[in-house]
Write a protein that binds this ligand. Structure first.
Ligand SMILES: C[S@@+](CC[C@H](N)C(=O)[O-])C[C@H]1O[C@@H](n2cnc3c(N)ncnc32)[C@H](O)[C@@H]1O
Length: 266
């Protein structure tokens, strides 16, 4: 089943590759769950699904708790009248000012399907700032949402940083990490930030955490671009490399086929 959200770096196309590496376990932990492509297409008894994006996690919690009622609540936002630039910006303003989390979650879904390229970006003040997307007929993902609701009954959703989630892992957990990727060009400043506000230091820390968990017999798989930097910081892992076509980015370079890898720490 496809995720109901468009999400940069979503792993739907490589789910089978990831599954081939993941050992069985009692609980799959995804500290960077995004649209949850792996969660939706695996069969672990339980899931711990977390992400630093609070809007994403709140939306999942409403859908998990309410199912069909929440789907019905979101549906009217997908009317032809709302597929309009002015309506989009009015709803975006409402999203940025409301304290009604249920309404906010529904508009988050609306903006995911009506905004430019399905992007999720915020300004310095934390306001969602993706422009209108000009789609002919944005898709209302009813079947995908209902499937997510059903599947999420075995899941716990939490908003938070990967560090805390990884530290809370226990024996019989299996961990899949899909962090914002390191940039392909090594010209970027090594002390600065890579895409998605994820720094080089955080990339290194994630690798350290993975080694720590592996030493406690908790296996970890991490996805990333296949670069020298990544191979260096993931040293001790076993690599599987492959090529993948990416579509969601508006950045020309990222549309090309890029070398990616899966690193297994076990
Ligand atoms: C490449 S996406 C994950 C895509 C996901 N596997 C899917 O199939 O859609 C990376 C995710 O990491 C989240 N993220 C960024 N920094 C984080 C942090 N420090 N801790 C936890 N999550 C973070 C982002 O919000 C984003 O959802």
């Amino acid at each position: 089943m496809k995720p109901f959200l468009k999400w940069a770096g979503n792993k739907y196309k490589i789910v089978e590759r990831i599954k081939a590496l993941l050992p069985p376990g009692q609980r799959l932990v995804e500290p960077f769950v995004g649209s949850g492509a792996l969660f939706l297409n695996t069969d672990y008894p339980r899931y711990l699904l977390t992400d630093a994006n609070a809007d994403l996690i709140t939306l999942y919690q409403f859908l998990q708790a309410e199912g069909e009622a929440f789907v019905a609540y979101c549906r009217p936002l997908f009317s032809p009248e709302n597929n309009d630039k002015d309506r989009y910006y009015a709803l975006r303003d409402e999203f940025n000012s409301t304290h009604d989390l249920r309404r906010k979650s529904a508009i988050f879904l609306y903006m995911n399907k009506h905004g430019y390229n399905g992007l999720c970006r915020y300004n310095m003040k934390g306001g969602f700032n993706v422009p209108f997307g000009r789609y002919k007929r944005p898709y209302f993902p009813e079947a995908e949402m209902l499937y997510f609701h059903q599947k999420s009954q075995s899941a716990t959703f939490q908003h938070g940083d990967f560090r805390d989630v990884m530290e809370s892992c226990v024996l019989n957990d299996v961990v899949y990490c899909d962090p914002p990727y390191v940039p392909l060009s090594q010209t970027a400043n090594f002390t600065g930030y890579s895409s998605g506000g994820f720094s080089w230091d955080e990339q290194k820390l994630l690798a350290e955490k993975a080694r720590e968990l592996a030493s406690r017999n908790i296996p970890v798989v991490i996805s990333n671009h296949d670069t020298d930097f990544v191979r260096e910081i993931y040293t001790t892992a076993t690599f599987t490399e492959f090529y993948v076509q990416r579509y969601i980015s508006c950045n020309g370079e990222n549309r090309a086929k890029a070398a990616e890898l899966l690193a297994l720490f076990s």
